[in-house]
Design a protein around this ligand. Structure first.
Ligand code: SAH
Ligand code: AVI
Length: 729
């Protein structure tokens, strides 16, 4: 992308003043980074990849001199003609240059001249910034500042490389920026994928390599919410990670033989265990901190050892932008390796002129890293940012976040459209109640629970408060709790508060938004729990398969499994479906399985109908949101004012029914079809069966479960049943 294409706005009046202030701040910060350093510290080059600090100070000034001052400042006089040879980094268009690997031999010019060079450039830039500048000059200055920030990070990387080579392990700082730790226990976040967009949006500055924004197709996948830790890396090493070729790419295996690598860079084995050299000097290894200074080869080997893989760049970027609240350590910890080669995005065009060499010519043989590190200047990175290094390099602040394939796609994009076509095309129009729960629907359900007429949530919550200790007595140690239709996971807390025997939690919900916040909050408040959220329809074989896999693999097949199914959501199913559903879970859980299920009991029609016709109209909005969802997701043309919410007690069937009733004859298009409604006709949107105790127990028995104990609330009555797998079942 040409640099000026990133601009989407006219420069406001004070833009130049802002830029001038930013210029001073960024340039000043570079100098402040050298405060702890002696002149000698700033001359030495620890290895060909690293540069002396003095060289960084000069090169960043050379950038402004070469690309801006010599071209756009009429009276500019170069500080020293020799500097264009000494401090050109890699620009072929600008002629010959001093070899990179010999930058450490430049004892001349002395540091004092380099500092005078910076001041000379800054003075000239200050004069330039006194006047309005053409947009292309503003863009070049903005690029120069982003470039300088990259060198600020390089200064810290290169100084650490130098100091770590010293037997004295000097500290650069007593309190350097440290990689952020995960704020909660790690989970593997499910993403459905599909056709997604990545790349710079063209809002604000971006490097040319981040554009253009483009579509990418992603298979369903999971991405870890946090980075791999030092403790986990020790497990890898203890399991022969660096000695077993089966985990390594051929080039990586050859490299670690050649270099004798047996641990990440800067790790040192001492009598007390492992030490790590960082900007604060040598410190004991912190097992909870993310593992840092890894090459791509090491990151990929670890992923192979863990039975997982590195995310692609697109997977990383989509996940982090799509579900920002679900991930920790995004840009405040370490750069994260991806499995993506650093290649041009489709449609990429390098910037015009010599700055076109900035990124484009490096698009070979390197791998992309995403995110940002604790030492990265604040505000420098963004989700579309593409950092890149060769696979053997590891002196940068690099770490890893694991990904894996999710081999089922519980919610195909087209599934809702297909349900709309089938449901509205049927002679008696109907839609499954599970489609209520998009983001808006889940929020509306939460408000239904606060309505005075909707008693089930209140009654069940109160009942659970009393009986949770009684239920807990039946839960064996190290149990995994699977919760079906977990929503905000509020009732779960009653159980978790009553026992510490539950160590794993797998909430299952069709609503991605409810699940994301519900699971996050539980993980935050119960940090010892291993939380594995699963998005999907809990009655579908694909979800049961995924659940079976997670229960066996991640959650440990040893412990007991307990299913919690509150809310009387079971009432959405007919008797035949309940029996089939209970049998499926009986099979999944095995002979030691337990089932805790909330069931609403049949009662007078008046109480029931009031519960589904609350005075505030929240249930009506919840019901009508289904039409709004069809409009949003299936190209529907519903006029919501032409439908009425109806909720009635069907005594014959023993169920509350919700319908959306057409107020007039009308034809409505949705999902590419048109559907006719006669006045008064309804779409049947929900059944909520209400049970009797013997009626429910008969269904449970047929599903392979026997009663341990049951409890009933005060009126309006709501029951909880504790069931055990029936060995005859
Ligand atoms: N358990 C909570 C929420 C009940 S609301 C409570 O008792 O208050 C019903 C929840 O089940 C919603 O979060 C909804 O998204 C989810 N749900 C409904 N049908 C589902 C299905 N077939 N598969 C998975 N989740 C479903
Ligand atoms: C979640 N489910 C059991 C609720 C119920 O009562 O059937 C959903 C609901 N429908 C209308 N109000 C609440």
């Amino acid at each position: 992308m040409p640099l000026d294409a990133a601009r989407t706005f006219e420069l406001p009046k004070d833009a130049i003043a802002n830029l001038s202030r930013r210029y001073s701040r960024v340039r000043g910060h570079t100098l402040s980074l050298t405060e702890p350093l002696s002149a000698e510290d700033q001359v030495v080059q620890s290895m060909p990849d690293a540069s002396p600090v003095k060289w960084h100070l000069a090169h960043t000034s050379w950038f402004f001199e070469t690309f801006i001052l010599t071209l756009h400042a009429a009276d500019y006089r170069a500080f020293d003609p020799a500097f264009s040879y000494l401090f050109n980094s890699y620009y072929e268009a600008l002629g010959a240059r001093h070899p990179r690997s010999a930058r450490g031999l430049l004892t001349r010019p002395p540091l004092s001249s380099v500092l005078a060079y910076r001041a000379h450039v800054d003075d000239a830039m200050a004069r330039l910034l006194d006047y309005d500048q053409a947009p292309d000059v503003v863009d070049l200055i903005t690029l120069g500042l982003a470039h300088e920030e990259q060198h600020q990070e390089l200064i810290l990387m290169d100084i650490l490389s130098l100091f770590a080579a010293s037997p004295l392990s000097p500290a650069y700082s007593q309190d350097p920026p440290r990689p952020a730790l995960a704020r909660r226990p790690g989970v593997s976040v499910f993403l459905a994928g599909g056709l997604v967009e990545i790349g710079a949006r063209g809002e604000g500055f971006a490097f040319d390599n981040e554009a253009p924004r483009h579509q990418v197709f992603l298979r369903p996948y999971r991405l870890a919410s946090s980075l791999v830790t030092n403790g986990e890396w020790l497990d890898f090493m203890a399991d022969g990670g660096y000695r077993r070729p089966e985990f390594w790419l051929a080039d990586g295996w050859a490299l670690i033989q050649q270099e004798g690598w047996a641990a990440p860079l800067y790790w040192r084995e001492v009598s007390r265990g492992w030490e790590v050299v960082g900007l604060a000097g040598a410190r004991a290894l912190d097992p909870k901190a993310p593992v840092e200074h890894l090459s791509f080869f090491e990151a990929a080997a670890y992923a192979a050892w863990a039975g997982k893989r590195l995310p692609t760049e697109a997977e990383w970027e989509h996940a982090i932008t799509h579900m920002p609240d679900s991930f920790d350590q995004v840009d405040d910890s370490l750069w994260q390796w991806t499995s993506s080669a650093y290649a041009p995005h489709p449609g990429f065009a390098p910037a015009a002129g010599a700055v076109g060499e900035y990124n484009a010519k490096f698009m070979i043989g390197q791998m992309v890293l995403k995110g940002g590190a604790a030492i990265t200047p604040k505000g420098h990175s963004r989700p579309a940012y593409r950092n890149f290094f060769y696979p053997h390099q590891r002196w940068m602040f690099s770490g890893l976040r694991l990904a894996e394939d999710a081999d089922v796609s519980p919610l195909e994009d087209d599934e809702f459209r297909a349900a709309v076509i089938a449901g509205l095309g049927a002679p008696r129009k109907r839609l499954s109640a599970k489609w209520f729960y998009d983001r808006e629907g889940s929020a509306l359900f939460e408000s239904i629970c606060d309505q005075p007429e909707y008693y089930p949530t209140r009654q069940e919550m109160a009942l659970l408060a009393t009986i949770a200790p009684l239920i807990a007595k039946h839960i064996p140690p190290d149990a995994t709790l699977v919760e079906l239709g977990s929503g905000a996971s509020l009732k779960t807390r009653r159980l978790l508060d009553a026992t510490s025997r539950i160590t794993g939690y797998a909430p299952v919900d069709i609503s991605e938004s409810a699940l994301a916040t519900g699971a996050r909050d539980i993980a935050r408040d119960y940090p010892y729990l291993e939380v594995t959220p699963i998005i999907g329809d809990f009655s579908q074989p694909t979800t049961l398969k995924q659940l079976g896999k997670d229960l066996a693999e991640d959650l440990g097949s040893g412990g007991a499994k307990v299913v919690f199914f509150p809310g009387s959501t079971i009432g959405n199913f007919s008797s035949a479906d309940i029996v089939a559903f209970l049998s499926d879970y009986r099979q999944l859980l095995g002979s030691r399985g337990l089932f805790i299920i909330g069931v609403d009991l049949a009662k007078d029609a008046e109480t029931l109908e009031a519960a589904y016709n609350d005075r505030e109209g929240v249930t009506a909005a919840f019901n009508l949101n289904l039409l709004a969802r069809i409009n949003r997701e299936a190209d529907g043309g519903f006029d919501l004012s032409k439908f009425a919410h109806r909720a009635v007690w069907n005594a014959l069937e023993g169920r509350m029914e919700m319908h959306l009733q057409s107020r007039e004859d009308q034809t409505v298009s949705a999902a590419g079809r048109s559907f006719q409604f006669v006045s008064g006709e309804t779409i049947h949107t929900e059944n909520s069966y209400k049970f009797t105790r013997p009626g429910f127990l008969a269904l449970a028995r047929r599903g392979g479960w026997r009663l341990i104990e049951d409890w009933t609330s005060s009126a309006p009555a709501f029951s909880t049943f504790l069931l055990a797998a029936d060995s005859a079942g």
